[in-house]
Design a protein around this ligand. Structure first.
Ligand SMILES: [Zn+2]
Ligand SMILES: [Zn+2]
Length: 483
């Protein structure tokens, strides 16, 4: 979405627009927008919600969107991506931060503080090369000569971080686009195999059978996918060893389960993963992890010793990556239709990303590549072939996003002096229908000015909590819409 039109230019059309759609009830609309707490692409719903006392049959509350402006209720979109909705992405980022940190520091959300003593690392698994690409500054931000070599392709430039050539191939004609798209399309599979191999390699390194290892140790993961500038996905993961317990509480593992054992097994397991790519005549025939596997132990504590990782830093990294999608690699953040293919560059895709999208689209043709149909490459062309989850955690890592959302809902209900919806002696009957998404141009400008006003005033936390939940949003809607 481009920036909103200045309010002064729109005030006439705005009033006409709102008066036509909302009748007299402009204040009601403003109230809804304030409660959206900054969401820029709200979902519009039509429907009703009834709360009934199951012991007496008495109707406790009822809510119907008929009374709302436009006859619709606006709820937060809940989009994870900062490029689509900065406000909802920020809530997602904060939730992710808290649950990653809970899995590292413990002492909250049902995770014991002893997790700090468990072997745990931050591991980064990347893809191999599909052709040389222009390189930016190194990890420490120092500029370096891109590809100083005698043979072609070479590049002797030092690209600053802002250089748009970073990640673009030196020789697009020789780049393995098919191999690249197929790798992204299998990245989730490669990860899944890695987790299976990791348990095997840990058992082997400890001199135990797989069954004996599984009886004693549980491997917990929290991973995020991130796009490198070259348009290939890579994974960052917190990997932790716990003792296997009946109820899943993460307790310290046996003494032989050390961070060295974990480090070695991650490297050997990643090196062992191999999938055979569908043969389309491309140079990349085996889908494997690249050599650049990074494993860093996460020490306990909050002390920041320069480059050293801290629990806080790791939680911050993972949470930040969780709200990014593929757009950092120069692609588009929406699904592609065939009509878009001729205009990818005009819509903001780099030439490299556009070529990857076209490759995915071609490979996704069911007539010519029926065997690739399960990869759903057309549906995921804008993601350059990757269709996996951006952020996943194993069940025992820490709490879940759903649990955090429920905690927020319970908190608001407690504030209003209500019991949790659908539990105890109350039953919530709700029926909702999707009616659309986003604001009209007039509403968008007004909503933007409300957001600016709220930001500059610095709304207190409790007030934000109160505002972000609409009294009608309960029951089966609450988990999704009322966050
Ligand atoms: Zn939103
Ligand atoms: Zn270069």
């Amino acid at each position: 979405m481009s920036g909103p039109t200045p309010l002064t230019e729109l005030i006439g059309p705005v009033v006409r627009d709102l008066a036509k759609r909302s009748g007299k009830d402009l204040t009601r609309w403003l109230d809804q927008v304030i409660r959206l707490n900054g969401c820029s692409e709200p979902i519009r719903l039509i429907g009703e919600s009834l709360t009934v006392d199951t012991s007496t049959g008495e109707l406790l509350t009822s809510y119907n969107t008929r009374a709302e402006p436009h006859g619709q209720l606006l709820v937060r979109c809940g989009n994870r991506r900062a490029s689509r909705c900065p406000s909802c992405a920020e809530i997602y980022r904060r939730d992710t931060f808290h649950l990653i940190r809970a899995g590292l520091s413990g002492g909250s959300k049902g995770v014991p503080a002893t997790v700090r003593t468990h072997p745990r690392v931050l591991a980064t698994l990347t893809a191999p090369s599909f052709g040389a690409v222009h390189r930016g500054p190194d990890k420490n931000g120092r500029a370096r000569v891109c590809h100083p070599r005698r043979h072609e392709p070479a590049c002797f430039d030092r690209h600053p971080a802002s250089d748009t050539r970073i990640g673009q191939p030196l020789d697009p004609g020789g780049y393995d686009y098919v191999g690249h798209v197929l790798w992204n399309a299998h990245a989730g599979d490669l990860w899944r195999r890695f987790t299976i191999y990791l348990r095997r390699h840990l058992a082997g390194a400890a001199g135990l059978s797989q069954a004996a290892f599984n009886r004693q140790v549980k491997v917990s993961f929290a991973k995020v996918a991130e796009y490198q500038a070259r348009g290939v996905v890579h994974f960052h993961a917190v990997i932790r060893l716990d003792a296997r317990t009946e109820d899943g509480t993460p307790l310290p593992p046996p003494e032989w389960a050390t961070v060295q054992l974990l480090d070695g097994a991650i490297r050997s397991a990643a090196a062992a993963v191999r999938l055979t790519a569908p043969d389309l005549g491309q140079p990349t025939t085996d889908l494997v992890w690249g050599d650049q596997i990074d494993v860093k132990p996460i020490p306990p504590g909050e002390l920041d010793d320069g480059d050293e990782l801290t629990e806080q830093k790791v939680a911050g990294y993972i949470a930040k990556y969780a709200t990014k999608a593929a757009e950092t690699s120069g692609t588009l953040d929406r699904r592609i239709r065939s009509a878009d293919l001729a205009w990818l560059r005009d819509q903001g895709a780099t030439e490299h990303a556009a070529q990857l999208i076209r490759t995915a689209w071609t490979l996704g043709n069911p007539a010519t590549h029926p065997d690739l149909l399960p990869l759903r490459l057309r549906q995921w062309a804008h993601m350059l072939g990757f269709r996996g989850h951006f952020s996943t955690r194993s069940r025992t890592y820490s709490t879940t996003l759903g649990a955090l959302r429920q905690a927020r809902i319970d908190y608001r209900q407690a504030q209003r002096g209500e019991s949790a919806a659908g539990t105890g002696s109350t039953l919530v009957l709700a029926h909702w229908k999707f009616a659309g998404q986003g604001y009209t141009p007039g509403e968008s400008a007004l909503a933007a000015s409300i957001r600016t006003h709220a930001d500059s005033r610095g709304t207190p936390k409790e007030e934000q909590h109160r505002r972000s939940c609409w009294p009608g949003q309960r029951g089966d809607l609450s988990g999704e819409a009322c966050r």
